[in-house]
Ligand binder design. Structure first.
Ligand code: NAD
Length: 491
């Protein structure tokens, strides 16, 4: 096996670092020898290589999942839960290694990576329990001498296509639900961050999850995704990623009419009411903007502040932002790691340039202080208007844009002025304003006076072009279940 010395030296258990795909319980290389290098975004160092599987090998994963489905669905829900809980325990036991691995491939600060491992594991535990509660219903009969009802059945093979910004949790949020429901999964992780997915596979194997139930395929993204979307035997597609790719996969899935869940981009407004303490609100806004260096679908993209406290808010925001440390995520006391690659840095620069050329004020953000080519120093822009890219696009970078508003109706119109509808933040203590905004905001999730938007009990998801379906919560498992109606007649 080709092994990165740097990675293995850092891990207590180097066997968690795998450079093969995982199909049907076997570590698999690509038949044609195609492979891709994976680099550490902080240093540019090559961490390792992953194989690109050929089309037949991707179909082979579907064959394996089809075989494994027969036994997995026949297990009792509590038996599946036991296997999932064993997997959960192993993830927890290995959380430090998983966090190091994630920080190296993704760039995020180690404390954030540890948090993601905990968060990711929590979905497996949650769904292990929810799998025992996939109740059907009894329907009062309108047919003489008949009993009517429904039962829930696993939908079948699920393809899970995931992004690089949360390399572990975006997999477990889907796989936990699917596997608890009785479905085998084929995961296609982002090429930038495959090692977290492969470490999950290693731990699934140790947890005695049967071969063919948790598969990780690697390859050219468009090629692999298109095979999985067009494959008749894949019954559900769950995708987290950009709206652009989500639309494409939805189209590709139409031919086989499969169940599609999409967790796509966001362009979250962060609304600050006139009654707020500007210091308190600014601290919360900084937290909501700069998590994962702004590479977060929940990032506060458009900060809308009442004109009466705008200047004080900007001052506090700039002060807090100046205290953020940018650097390699493995170093202590780092708040922001690198962006994922050079194109992300270019995109961030072009968004800032566009805003300035259209009249925004650059309050802070000196890029000459960046500690390396993939790093982007936090930027604060004021006077942001709706024509600017920083307003219209998900910037996915540490670029904060602030706009002043004068009343609630104006801010509602501003907040809803986007094709996205994932998450919105509201900061105010006025109960009438809270209720009015909460109802009027066209978003799947509204968080009032809190930046905590995630967790297993929460039905996570968006409206408009932010997606279809919900992940997590009581209903998250339904994405992987069919409802079968029955009638027992002539009783
Ligand atoms: P992306 O759409 O570029 O990639 C996501 C996945 O799709 C990856 O596995 C990638 O390899 C694959 N892919 C890329 N191009 C493809 C193509 N042409 N055909 C088929 N598959 C392709 O997204 P990303 O850059 O990895 O992630 C960032 C995006 O994800 C942002 O828009 C962010 O908002 C979104 N996101 C959403 C949520 C949510 O829960 N709503 C969570 C995290 C990230």
């Amino acid at each position: 096996m080709k092994v990165s010395a740097t990675m293995t030296q850092r891990l207590d258990d180097p066997r968690l670092f795998r450079q093969y795909a995982y199909v049907d319980g076997k570590w698999t290389h690509g038949d044609a020898g195609r492979e891709e290098a994976v680099t550490d975004p902080a240093t540019g160092e090559v961490l390792g290589h992953i194989p690109w599987l050929e089309a037949d090998q991707i179909r082979g994963a579907v064959d394996a999942a089809e075989r494994a489905f027969v036994q997995w669905r026949a297990l009792r829900a509590d038996e599946r839960a036991d296997r999932l809980l064993a997997w959960y325990d192993l993830i927890q036991e290995n959380r430090e290694d998983l966090a190091i691995l994630m920080s190296m491939e993704q760039g995020k600060p180690l404390p954030d990576a540890r948090g993601e491992v905990e968060y990711g594991a929590s979905f497996i535990k949650w769904f292990a329990e929810q799998g025992k509660r996939t109740f059907g219903e009894t329907i009062p009969s309108h047919i003489p001498n008949a009993a009517l009802g429904t039962i829930k059945e696993p939908i079948g093979i699920a393809a899970l296509i995931t992004p690089w910004n949360f390399p572990l949790a975006m997999i477990t949020r889907k796989a936990g639900a699917a596997m608890a429901a009785g479905c085998p999964v084929i995961v296609k992780p982002a090429g930038e961050t495959p090692f977290s997915a492969l470490a999950l596979a290693e731990l699934a194997e140790r947890a005695s999850i049967p071969a063919g139930i948790f598969n990780v395929v690697l390859g050219e993204p468009a090629e692999v995704s298109s095979i999985l979307c067009k494959e008749e035997r894949v019954k559900a597609l769950s995708f987290t990623g950009s709206t652009r790719v989500g639309r494409l996969l939805l189209e590709q899935s139409a031919g086989t009419v499969k169940r599609v869940s999409l967790e796509l981009g966001g362009n979250a407004p962060f609304i600050v009411g006139p009654d707020m303490d500007p210091h308190e609100a600014a601290l919360a806004a900084v937290a909501a903007k700069f998590q994962t260096a702004g590479q977060d679908c929940l990032a506060a993209n458009r900060i809308l502040v009442h004109e009466s406290i705008h200047d004080a808010f900007v001052e506090h925001f700039a002060e807090r932002m100046a205290a953020l440390t940018v650097g390699n995520g493995l170093q202590s006391e780092v708040d922001l790691g690198p962006l994922i690659h050079g194109q992300a840095v270019e995109k961030a620069s072009s968004i800032v340039d566009d805003a300035i050329s259209r009249g925004a004020t650059l309050v802070a953000g000196d890029q000459s202080a960046a500690p390396g080519p993939n790093f982007f120093m936090p930027v604060l822009l004021t006077g942001v208007t709706r024509e600017m890219k920083v307003w219209r696009e998900e910037n996915f970078a540490p670029v904060a844009g602030i706009t002043a508003y004068s009343d609630d109706d104006e801010v509602i119109a501003m907040a809803n002025d986007t094709e996205y509808g994932l998450a919105a933040y509201v900061y105010t203590h006025d109960i009438r304003r809270i209720w009015k905004l909460m109802r009027a905001l066209e978003y799947g999730m509204v968080s009032v006076n809190s930046v905590k938007m995630t967790g297993p009990p929460i039905p996570f998801g968006g409206v408009k072009q932010s997606g279809l379906g919900r992940e997590g919560g009581v209903s998250g498992i339904d994405e992987y279940l069919e409802t079968k109606y029955y009638c027992l007649g002539a009783l």
